[in-house]
Structures are given as C-alpha cells and as structure tokens.
Design a binder for this molecule. Structure first.
Ligand SMILES: *[C@@H]1O[C@H](CO)[C@@H](O)[C@H](O)[C@H]1NC(C)=O
Ligand SMILES: *[C@@H]1O[C@H](CO)[C@@H](O)[C@H](O)[C@H]1NC(C)=O
Ligand SMILES: *[C@@H]1O[C@H](CO)[C@@H](O)[C@H](O)[C@H]1NC(C)=O
Ligand SMILES: *[C@@H]1O[C@H](CO)[C@@H](O)[C@H](O)[C@H]1NC(C)=O
Ligand SMILES: *[C@@H]1O[C@H](CO)[C@@H](O)[C@H](O)[C@H]1NC(C)=O
Ligand SMILES: *[C@@H]1O[C@H](CO)[C@@H](O)[C@H](O)[C@H]1NC(C)=O
Ligand SMILES: *[C@@H]1O[C@H](CO)[C@@H](O)[C@H](O)[C@H]1NC(C)=O
Ligand SMILES: *[C@@H]1O[C@H](CO)[C@@H](O)[C@H](O)[C@H]1NC(C)=O
Ligand SMILES: *[C@@H]1O[C@H](CO)[C@@H](O)[C@H](O)[C@H]1NC(C)=O
Ligand SMILES: *[C@@H]1O[C@H](CO)[C@@H](O)[C@H](O)[C@H]1NC(C)=O
Ligand SMILES: *[C@@H]1O[C@H](CO)[C@@H](O)[C@H](O)[C@H]1NC(C)=O
Ligand SMILES: *[C@@H]1O[C@H](CO)[C@@H](O)[C@H](O)[C@H]1NC(C)=O
Length: 418
C-alpha cells in the first residue's frame, strides 16, 4: 500500500491526539512490538529491571531452529533502556537435551544473597536467579539458575530440581519477595488440575507448599503462567490490592488462549479473591501468558507487564519470516474503582496503560499531541515516505464548555469517513 499523504480533519473544535504506526515494509516486522531476530517465540519470561545499569530485561520461550514451536526450547533474551526499543541478546538458558525445553519461569534479584550464589563481585542489584521449568517427556520440574554477569549467562544449580511433583503438568513458576514475612513466594500451575499452588522459601532452594487457588473462573483445557502481584489503586496509590493472573489455553471465551485475573488479598500464605468473578485482562485475541516485572524503575510504575501478542489458535500460521510472534507493548497496571456497572456494588477492575516512549520512537511515528482541530485548521500527516500497514489512534476530548454539534466525531482520512 502506497500512501502519499493522509489528511485527517475534524469538523468542530476539540482536542485530538493522532499517531500513525507503521510496520517496516521490507520485512513486515513490527516497529514497536518486540520480535525475535529469527525463529519462534512464545511466552515472556524472567522480566526484571537492572537498577545499576538502568536496563530492562526480557527473556522469552524461544526455538531458534524453526518458525514454529519445537524442542529443544531455549530462553531467548533482549534488553531495553526505554521499554520501546529492544536489543537482541544471545540465548540465556539452554536445555540439556534436544528432546527437552527450558520452559517458562521468572527472575528474582537476590539482593541479600539468600541463595548463597553470590559474592561481593556481583552488585546486589544484579544478583539474578532464574526459576524455570525443565520439561522432558517424563516430567516438568522446577529448576534454578544464577547469573554472575548481570543476566546474560546462567549456571544451573547443581542440586536441581528444587521442586518436583512427579507430574508432566507442573510449570511456570513466578516468584516474588514478600517483605512482611521476608520470604520468597512462588505461584506455579498444576495445569490440568486447574490449581495454582503457592509455595514459600527462605533461600530459593527449598520450597514449602502453603496453599492453592483452584477451580476459579474460566478453566478451559488448562491453567498456565500464573502471577500474583500487589497493584496500587489509581484513586489512591498508597492503597493496593493483590491480583492473581491466570492464563488458560484453549477455552478462552473468544477462542484459543487468554488471560484472566482475580482481585483479592494475600497474607503471605493464602490468596483470597474478593469475589468469584473472572475478569478479562484484554478482550482482544492476542494477549497471552502475561508476566509482570520482578522489579521496576518506579518512575514507570510498580506493576508493569508484557504478554505474548498471539494466540495458540493460529500462532503457527502468522505469515512472517524468518521469525514468528511478537510481544505486547509493556503495560502499566493499576486498579480502578471508578467504572461501576451499578451503584449497589463496588467492582474493582484492572486498568492497563501502554508504555511507549514517543519522543524516542523514531521518524516512522507521526504524533500530533493535543491539537485543537477545526474545519479550517485540518491536521495533516506527511506519509510521503511511508509504505506498509498504517495504524491510526485517535483520542477525542470534547471541550465541555463549548456547545458540541452532532457531527463532532466525524473523521475523514483521504476524504473517506472512518
Ligand atoms: C526495516 O527492515 C530493514 C531490513 O530488515 C532494515 O534494514 C531497516 O533498518 C528497517 N527499518 C526500520 C525503520 O526499522
Ligand atoms: C537449535 O539451535 C541451537 C542454538 O542455535 C543449537 O545449539 C542447536 O544445535 C539446534 N538444535 C537442533 C536440533 O537443530
Ligand atoms: C542436539 O542436536 C544437535 C543438532 O542435531 C546436535 O549437534 C547435538 O549434539 C545434539 N545435542 C545433544 C545433547 O544430543
Ligand atoms: C534484604 O534485607 C533487607 C534487610 O533485612 C530486607 O528489608 C529486604 O526485604 C531484603 N530484600 C530482599 C529482596 O531480599
Ligand atoms: C553469599 O553466601 C555464600 C554462602 O553462604 C557465602 O559464601 C558468600 O560469601 C555470600 N556472599 C556475600 C556477598 O555475602
Ligand atoms: C566470586 O565468585 C566468582 C565466581 O564464582 C569467583 O570467580 C571469584 O573468585 C569470587 N571472588 C571472591 C572475592 O570470592
Ligand atoms: C509417578 O507417577 C507415575 C504415573 O502416575 C506413577 O506410576 C509412579 O509410581 C509415580 N512415581 C512416584 C515416585 O511417585
Ligand atoms: C492467611 O489466611 C489463611 C486463610 O484465611 C489462614 O489460615 C492463615 O493462618 C493466614 N496466615 C497468616 C500468616 O496470617
Ligand atoms: C466463591 O464460590 C464458592 C463456591 O461457590 C463459595 O463457597 C465462596 O463463598 C465464593 N466466594 C466469594 C468471595 O464469593
Ligand atoms: C490537552 O490540553 C488541555 C488544555 O491545555 C489539558 O487540560 C489536557 O490535560 C491535555 N491533554 C493531554 C492528553 O495532554
Ligand atoms: C523522505 O525521505 C527523504 C529522503 O530520505 C527525506 O529527505 C525526507 O525528509 C523524508 N520525508 C519525511 C516526511 O520523512
Ligand atoms: C474551552 O472552551 C472555552 C470557551 O470557548 C474556552 O474559553 C477554553 O479555553 C476552552 N478550553 C480548552 C482546553 O480548549
């Protein structure tokens, strides 16, 4: 598609934000969604923020040998300074056998050396320990690996597994530090029992089963990729609640895979949902295996996450080459009590705001911030060098002190009303 110029004009006075995102025509590669250089990608893994280097780390389920899922499966790796541009890094974790996989898991920063893996040569802010599932045809067991170089290469703990249940359906450990009890807390899925188990540990090596959150919400064929995180409320950021994320596949209401969540309380051992309502993180079809960052740069927020922007229903057929699949943008989560279906109940819902560093994004992003547009003053975006797929985001804000005519929301693109 070749567009010489797009005119967007609006019929009455109000503010609009207009941006156009394009894919790169030469390669069909999205420009702001992370894609692997080559090969197949699924779940995001091990998200953490290096507070020493000011760098964000994203790992992911990775098959470098093909553009469809297959074994052996690795942890691919990418880094970013601004959550908008990602830099490819070498594979971080490899499975021991060709019929096995380094399946999904998470990263913690063992600041206080509870694991004993670190000496003073590793900065406390970079003491990475990955907790992941080693999958073989015989079993799924939880392994840990540590990094002495800030998250680029990993060494397997010699006494792995740290947690096993004689099961082929026990995976996706997500670990966080629970300050009040000074313990590590893990959520992991007993996938086909529809059970999220909660474990605690002092040292990341020995784990104690504390409780389970089971048979809640949509079940589908299996539970995957759980996550438990404290999320601030938007109305009062000093108040927060706990959110349990659960991915299911297949069996999503819209087909294939999706992410649901529950809002509740966590006391160090048990998660209790406020209600039994399954809530949907994203109503589109391409938002799976959501994981939140272990830690963040607080200026961006405290609850940030990335999901796989695909769906197992068709992920293997998306026509891209030599790679397949992309990640969602990073989203900032908060809880919101503002939008109520009726005055009798107070429902708490998750709000997700995409993070995109506009000023840093590049010449292919056209952005008109908060312009007041009139018929006489139409806004035009010069797309003379642009080819590929164009995506327009229009945010309308009406000036309520002015009278607003019915035709306010008519928008014309090339003279075509959209
Ligand atoms: C588009 O893709 C080509 C080929 O991979 C690459 O050389 C070019 O830098 C890309 N352009 C942008 C704006 O990313
Ligand atoms: C898959 O890719 C990895 C990393 O490039 C390589 O080490 C391995 O030999 C490949 N395995 C197969 C079966 O091709
Ligand atoms: C895995 O497959 C690759 C490519 O076929 C081969 O070079 C390598 O020796 C195999 N590794 C193991 C551990 O069997
Ligand atoms: C490290 O130790 C301090 C002091 O005991 C404690 O407050 C903090 O929660 C610990 N942090 C981590 C991540 O282990
Ligand atoms: C971490 O713990 C190990 C094992 O107890 C110990 O050998 C090492 O000195 C500790 N490192 C630091 C920085 O305290
Ligand atoms: C720290 O650990 C590294 C890796 O195990 C080792 O090479 C180094 O000698 C250790 N340094 C000290 C001061 O113990
Ligand atoms: C592990 O599970 C298999 C299959 O359910 C069972 O036959 C076997 O006895 C179990 N092994 C142990 C050690 O529990
Ligand atoms: C957490 O809540 C559970 C269920 O109500 C209760 O049994 C447990 O004792 C509580 N634990 C703590 C540490 O308060
Ligand atoms: C959730 O459902 C279960 C089973 O129907 C019920 O026992 C429980 O009270 C419900 N919990 C809440 C918070 O409504
Ligand atoms: C747009 O401008 C108005 C008036 O200056 C301001 O109140 C509003 O917050 C701005 N909106 C955005 C999204 O920047
Ligand atoms: C289009 O490309 C030409 C040549 O590279 C450049 O001079 C011009 O500034 C570009 N126009 C836009 C709107 O990016
Ligand atoms: C809204 O309209 C009023 C009345 O025309 C005007 O005084 C005010 O500046 C407008 N506000 C914005 C944000 O454009």
């Amino acid at each position: 598609m070749m567009l010489l110029q797009a005119f967007i004009f609006l019929l009455a006075g109000f503010a609009a934000k207009i941006s156009a995102l394009m894919t790169n025509e030469t390669s069909d590669r999205p420009l702001v969604h992370f894609t692997p250089n080559k090969g197949w990608m699924n779940d995001p893994n091990g998200l953490w923020y290096d507070a020493k280097e000011g760098k964000w780390h994203l790992y992911f389920q990775y098959n470098p040998n093909d553009t469809v899922w297959g074994l052996p499966l690795f942890w691919g790796h990418a880094t970013s300074n601004d959550l908008t541009h990602w830099q490819d890094e070498p594979v971080a974790i490899a499975p021991k056998r060709n019929d096995s996989g380094a399946y999904s898991g998470s990263m913690v920063i063992d600041h206080n050396n509870t694991s004993g893996f670190f000496n003073d040569t590793v900065d406390p802010r970079q003491r990475c320990v990955a907790i992941w599932t080693y999958n073989t045809p015989e079993s799924e067991e939880q392994y840990i690996s540590y990094s002495l170089d800030g998250g680029y290469t990993f060494t397997e703990y010699q006494k792995n597994p740290v947690l096993a249940a004689n099961s082929t359906q026990f995976r996706d450990p997500k670990v966080f530090w629970y300050e009040p009890s000074q313990k590590w807390i893990m959520t992991a899925a007993k996938s086909q029992d529809y059970k999220i188990e909660i474990y605690s540990s002092d040292d990341l090596k020995s784990w104690k089963l504390e409780s389970a959150f089971a048979n809640e919400g949509f079940l589908g064929y299996q539970y995957e990729c759980p996550g438990l995180i404290e999320v601030p409320t938007e109305q009062d950021p000093s108040k927060s609640h706990w959110v349990m994320f659960i991915s299911i596949n297949p069996g999503a209401p819209a087909g294939g895979s999706f992410n649901q969540y529950f809002v509740g309380s966590f006391n160090g051992t048990h998660f209790e949902a406020f209600d039994n309502q399954s809530r949907v993180v994203d109503f589109g079809k391409d938002y799976y295996a959501l994981q939140t960052f272990f830690n963040t740069d607080p200026t961006y927020g405290s609850a940030l996450g990335i999901a796989w922007a695909s769906n197992w229903e068709y992920s293997a057929f998306v026509p891209t080459n030599p790679w397949r699949s992309s990640m969602s943008l990073v989203r900032k989560f908060s809880l919101n009590t503002e939008y109520q279906a009726n005055p009798e109940t107070e429902l708490i819902n998750l709000k997700a705001e995409p993070i995109l560093n506009i000023s840093n994004a590049g010449p292919w992003l056209h952005f008109a911030s908060n312009s007041t547009l009139t018929k006489a003053n139409s806004f035009s975006v010069d797309l003379s060098n642009s080819t590929g797929t164009l995506e327009f985001e229009l945010v309308y804000a009406v000036n309520t002190t002015q009278s607003v005519s019915k035709s306010v929301f008519q928008t014309y693109l090339f003279g075509l009303k959209v």
